[in-house]
Design a protein around this ligand. Structure first.
Ligand code: GUN
Ligand code: ZN
Length: 437
């Protein structure tokens, strides 16, 4: 049993439905077996539990652990390849590195870098785009289980367009995917996601095999890319003779456990279809900016009732921090002027936490710090004298403090992350988490 004492900010009720930020200063959260069993003013909670360990998080802010709904495990070492549109970037930057993960021991090193990067950024739950190689996906699941993160992931599938050493075929894709799902789906905090790379690089036969696996693994997720780049979208129409969303839907791949990344250029018909199927979209703002993919039409998604959460899209995205993704989402909507959807700081926190939990079917488990949820949290506690430290000390309200956090915070300011009440930093393979200072 542990008491966490600090200032807790979260969004249990959606700001997109008119609700406000929940903020409790000098409060305590009481955690038993990883689950929040009580919360309230620190004095009262501490009085009721005089003998339990108290973790003092009073310097800074405590937020729900971030939920990243789209991030590529094999791309952690190629972050920062700027100046190219999607298809050039894939060929020159991402795919040569992804091919190296054929070597499972190389992949294990990448998995440690990747999951350490997520945890250090305050991300506790992620829908992870895996590797084209089953051994690499297995290594990533194993490392996630070892350090305790909540990961949904799967084998990435392609059989055309990309370099040939990344190709599979429908039978092999089904066999390797079902073996991975048997090993990891529902094991601890891990779950399986059927993951064709994008329909541009998948034949109908491969997508059909993906649909069969999705139907055969109860409650498995589906994830892929959609409508990211005009050249890619034209290619999909030429190959399939239909719109991008339909290329997945005709193989039974769209439903309430489907998460599609980007959707920068949807048609109205696709938005309608996504709403009907209950699909969620992972909005990846720094990636969209870095690859020049375009401005995400957030207002149209909301107007059609399509669920939206945030993804870092590392390595096209420029880092693991959902503080930065949320800030870029805000910038983009500002830059769209009257076409943009006005976002306040509570919207940003919601997108980075509860909206992601909802998209991943984990709203009963994580995403906010309510009684009954597991204690997944990040402690934002900047080093003394940093601009963020100064800003937080001079914030005049919780909303103001949170705005300063989104403007200024990065992974170096995240001093601790917990999943189900357990500190993740103890499990990281390399030292140097700021919580140790
Ligand atoms: N479309 C297909 N593969 C990728 C990828 O790795 N990154 C992004 N941003 N888009 C993709
Ligand atoms: Zn992606």
């Amino acid at each position: 049993m542990t008491l966490f004492r600090g200032t807790f900010l979260d969004t249990p009720d959606s700001p997109f439905k008119g609700h406000h930020l929940r903020a409790e200063a000098d409060a305590a959260i009481y955690v038993r077996d990883g689950v929040i069993v009580a919360r309230g003013p620190a004095e009262a909670i501490l009085r009721n539990h005089p003998d339990d360990e108290v973790v003092d998080l009073r310097h800074g802010l405590v937020l729900p652990g971030f939920v990243d709904t789209h991030v590529h495990f094999p791309q952690v070492r190629v972050i920062g390849g700027l100046g190219m549109p999607l298809l050039d970037w894939l060929e020159k930057c991402a795919l040569p590195e992804e091919a190296r993960l054929a070597d499972t021991s190389y992949a294990a090193g990448v998995a440690a870098d990747f999951l350490g990067g997520l945890a250090r950024a305050g991300t506790t739950t992620a829908l992870v785009f895996g590797s084209h190689f089953a051994g690499a996906v297995d290594a990533m699941f194993a490392e996630a289980a070892r350090i305790g993160l909540r990961v949904t992931s799967g084998l990435v599938l392609s059989d055309r367009i990309l370099r040939e050493d990344l190709f599979t075929d429908p039978d092999r894709a089904y066999a390797e995917g079902s073996a991975l799902a048997r090993r990891w789906h529902g094991t601890g905090r891990s779950r399986y996601a059927v993951t064709p790379r994008f329909s541009l690089s998948c034949s109908d036969g491969l997508l059909e095999s993906a649909g069969a696996l999705l139907a055969d693994v109860p409650n498995a997720f589906f994830t892929s890319h959609i409508n990211e780049n005009p050249e890619e979208i034209r290619g999909v129409r030429d190959l399939f003779g239909c719109d991008y969303a339909t290329s997945y839907d005709k193989h039974g791949l769209l439903g309430p456990r489907s998460v599609l990344a980007h959707d920068v250029h949807p048609t109205r018909g696709e938005l309608r279809l996504m709403r009907e199927r209950g699909v969620a979209v992972a909005h990846c703002p720094t990636s969209n900016a870095a690859l020049g993919s375009g401005m995400f039409p957030l207002g149209a998604h909301l107007a059609y009732g399509v669920r939206v959460a945030l993804g870092s899209d590392v390595g096209a995205g420029t880092g693991f921090s959902l503080f930065k993704e949320a800030l870029q989402a805000y910038f983009n909507q500002q830059l769209l002027g009257r076409e943009g959807h006005r976002l306040g700081v509570s919207h940003l926190l919601h997108l980075a936490t509860a909206a992601g939990a909802e998209a991943l079917g984990l709203a009963g488990v994580t995403g906010d710090l309510s009684v009954g949820k597991e204690f997944d949290a990040l402690w934002l506690s900047p080093a003394p004298g940093t601009t963020l430290d100064v800003a937080l000390r001079h914030a005049d309200s919780p909303d103001d403090a949170l705005a300063k956090a989104f403007a200024l915070a990065g992974p170096a300011d995240v001093r601790g992350t917990w999943v189900a009440g357990t500190p993740i930093r103890q499990q990281l393979s390399r030292a140097g988490h700021p919580q140790d200072r």
